[in-house]
Design a protein around this ligand. Structure first.
Ligand code: DC
Length: 213
């Protein structure tokens, strides 16, 4: 059975950097489930689609393909590499809307489970509902969080902007936490890690020790 590390938590807590660092160190695969929701959103915006039904058809014609190598994760939609396009402001501002659609979640969760079961040694999976819905039997579940100001500062540094991103992060957290289908929440058996006062190395070391245990 594939070993699974589930890494959930709100935006900007450091899930991606930490997940990739752990996966590289362990020689495991890496799955960014947020990238899949972003990919579906990119397709919807590209094809000017509003409804879940139309988006399901578009996704079956141009399927999402994720390369689970933590050193070079890549997302394709059909034959197009959309790894950079899914990070645009437009996709970021619309993704919570499409991620709240149960039909879309259902096909993307099936895709996530397929990618997980294809991992040979193990896989680090980051998202919002990994420990609760996608892989409730994960061997280790981490709920990685940090206070809003710290998360906004990190995102601003990542995107190299002077704009205050705390409001947009707070709006996205609110939508992701209050939706009907698999909202962001800490699994009861998840270990809470608060990275407000930790850098990437310290966070990675802490989680690495938990994984070794
Ligand atoms: O981690 P991220 O910011 O790239 O995620 C993009 C959006 O996708 C985020 O607003 C919430 C949603 N998402 C989700 O609903 N479930 C997941 N497992 C991962 C992400």
């Amino acid at each position: 059975m594939t070993a699974i590390l589930a890494m959930d938590g709100p935006s900007g807590a450091g899930k991606s950097s930490t997940s990739k660092a752990i996966a590289v160190r362990a020689g495991w695969n890496y799955l960014d489930t947020g990238a899949l929701y972003r990919g579906a959103t990119w397709l919807a915006l590209n094809k000017k689609i509003q409804s879940a039904e139309e988006l399901l058809v578009a996704l079956s014609q141009s399927p999402l393909k994720f390369n689970p190598n933590p050193k070079s994760p890549m997302l394709k939609c059909g034959e197009i590499d959309i790894s950079d396009a899914i990070r645009s402001e437009e996709v970021t501002s619309q993704v919570s809307k499409f991620a709240a659609m149960p039909e879309i979640r259902s096909v993307l969760v099936a895709l996530q489970r397929e990618i997980i079961s294809n991992a040979e040694k193990g896989i680090v999976v980051e998202g919002r509902d990994i420990g609760t819905v996608v892989a409730p039997n994960a061997h280790l579940k981490i709920y990685l969080t940090a206070d809003l100001t710290a998360r906004a500062k990190r995102r601003e540094a990542e995107l190299n902007t002077n704009e205050d991103l705390s409001q947009s992060l707070a709006t996205r957290d609110e939508m992701d936490s209050t939706r009907q289908t698999s909202p962001l929440e800490q699994a009861i058996d998840a270990v809470l890690v608060d990275s407000t006062d930790l850098d990437l190395n310290e966070t990675t070391e802490l989680i690495w020790e938990l994984l070794k245990e």
